[in-house]
Design a protein around this ligand. Structure first.
Ligand code: FMN
Length: 412
């Protein structure tokens, strides 16, 4: 079993120091082990996995291998699950327990496919089901193990509705909760409702993590001061600048070099897509529009991306103490038992064995099957006015929508 960090103590110790926890958000396809390693080296106190489908995790070894990897240094770590019933959430939590410091239930994903299946923000319509899922996991896991939930606002004006729900969830004994300060239909253009976050924080006793629109360390500090939250979580900001929590206003070149070193050392453990997308996001402020276009459209060979980065960014002479100075830690070989899950589903199915095969279980949701909306929203299109040659390193960054073409807030 991996050495554990007590998340409750982590929050208490931050509070004693009159500060807040700096948290890297769960991000489908992006909050992977290698990226967690990078952001931890820049002041991130707590990291989440990407959202993992609990039912696939329970049924399929292939899904587990694809969706979850870790190493001894990958702590404090919370595994986030999408689940729509207690058996899946409890069984997945038990299975991942040896390798993480807590589990989190996703009640925020507003994507149509998730809503249709009763996952993510669809659960906000049935707080009693969320409470049942959280309460069951809380009762069945050691008290030092963190159980948490990530929700959105139920209304942008009637804060009492969200407060009532948060109190109901708090009563299940969870360790902390994260609130994304928007309602499910609200797009990222709508500013986060900090007044709601502040009221929620005042109304509950457990730590609250505030999420939404954090792009600099100053934004995080302002969020802390204005809402009195216990932790601040960032998603899009840390994709664009993984060194955000260390106080860098944009990605330092050294961070790009660190990512290059990590990717080269992790080698086949990281997919082309994950490696490439992160390079695209973090170099957005460092490359001209034409170079960003070239980077987006490279042929799918890792070596081509490494060469591109080494050619177009001034990495020579940049010292990366973390990535190059030592060997990247080995992955832990995780082993899981499906026994509890199989027993529970056998009972529920009236004595019939759950007949879903491992192969079909893993196919419900495959983020790598496409490039994803977030990457697509950042794709650079060139037109006749784009200079053929780069200026003297001067960035021509403009006109790329920061996020969500249409009502896409979440990246599937
Ligand atoms: C690419 C991408 C993937 C995301 N994946 C998840 C996820 O797996 N689980 C989750 O709860 N939220 C997910 N979100 C939502 C973020 O965690 C966060 O709540 C939202 O982006 C608002 O924070 P921000 O303003 O810092 O981006 C994702 C967001 C983005 C941009």
């Amino acid at each position: 079993m991996k050495e554990k960090t007590n998340i409750r103590d982590l929050f208490s110790s931050a509070a004693e120091r009159n500060t807040f926890l700096k948290i890297c958000a769960p991000m489908v396809r992006y909050s992977k082990l290698e990226f967690r390693h990078l952001v931890r080296s820049y002041g991130t106190d707590l990291a989440f996995t990407s959202m993992i489908m609990a039912d696939s995790f329970c049924k399929s070894e292939k899904a587990r291998l694809n969706e979850f990897t870790t190493n001894e240094e990958d702590t404090p770590l919370i595994a986030q699950f999408a689940a729509n019933n207690t058996i899946d959430f409890l069984s997945a939590s038990e299975m991942v327990y040896p390798y993480v410091d807590g589990v989190d239930l996703n009640c925020g994903c507003p994507q149509r496919w998730a809503m249709a299946e009763g996952y993510g923000s669809a659960l906000l319509k049935t707080p009693e089901l969320i409470a049942d899922m959280l309460g069951t996991v809380r009762r069945n896991m050691p008290s030092t193990f963190s159980v948490s939930v990530k929700v959105r606002l139920l209304s942008s004006t009637d804060h009492k509705r969200t407060i009532d729900m948060c109190r109901q969830l708090e009563a299940t004994g969870i360790t902390f909760l994260t609130v994304h300060g928007r309602t499910a239909p609200e797009m990222t253009k709508v500013p986060v409702h900090k007044d709601a976050l502040q009221e929620i924080k005042q109304s509950i006793g457990i730590p609250m993590v505030a999420n939404g629109d954090i792009f600099t360390l100053d934004d995080a500090e302002q969020m802390y001061l204005q809402t009195k939250c216990d932790g601040v979580m960032t998603a899009r900001g840390i994709l664009s600048n993984p060194a955000l929590f260390a106080g860098h206003s944009s990605t330092p070149v050294e961070c790009v070099k660190r990512w290059l070193n990590i990717c080269q050392q992790a080698d086949t453990d990281i997919t082309y897509q994950c490696m490439h997308h992160h390079f695209s996001f973090m170099t957005e402020s460092l490359l001209t529009k034409r170079l960003r276009y070239e980077l987006n459209n490279l042929s799918k060979e890792k070596q081509k991306v490494y060469e591109f980065i080494q050619t177009h960014l001034p990495l020579d002479g940049v010292v990366d103490d973390v990535g190059s100075g030592r060997q990247y830690p080995e992955k832990i070989s995780c082993t899981y038992s499906e026994r509890n899950y199989r027993e529970r589903t056998t009972v529920v199915n009236g004595g019939r064995k759950d007949d879903s095969t491992a192969a079909s279980a893993g196919s419900l949701y495959d983020p790598e099957a496409s490039e994803g909306n977030f990457f697509q929203s950042k794709r650079v299109e060139l037109d006749a006015t784009t200079p053929a040659l780069d200026g003297d390193g001067e960035s021509t960054v403009d006109g790329v929508d920061f996020m969500d073409g249409g009502c896409i807030l979440f990246d599937e």
